[in-house]
Ligand binder design. Structure first.
Ligand SMILES: [Zn+2]
Length: 84
């Protein structure tokens, strides 16, 4: 059986295969986060399910702000919602 890398969603805290989650990467220089579509960026990252419930939960709990300390979490939530 092949090894499937698992990552934890910042909202529901469930472990899921990384490719099923939206990856968000922090840019240390600017303090801004970006959604990592090509999975090519390195740096501090967070993951969230492609699920509206999880995104709403993250907004309410400020999960991304707490996890990454990014200054533009609201933008990321809006972008993630569009990907669901
Ligand atoms: Zn989740």
């Amino acid at each position: 059986m092949a090894h499937i890398p698992l990552r934890m969603c910042v909202a529901c805290r469930e472990m899921k295969p990384a490719k099923e989650l939206i990856r968000i990467v922090m840019d240390k220089e600017t303090g801004r986060a970006e959604i990592d579509i090509g999975k090519k960026r390195s740096g501090r990252g967070a993951y969230i399910c492609r699920d509206m419930e999880c995104i709403k939960k993250a907004v309410k709990r400020r999960s991304l702000e707490r996890q990454l300390g990014c200054v533009n979490a609201a933008e990321i939530y809006a972008q993630a919602e569009e990907m669901v």
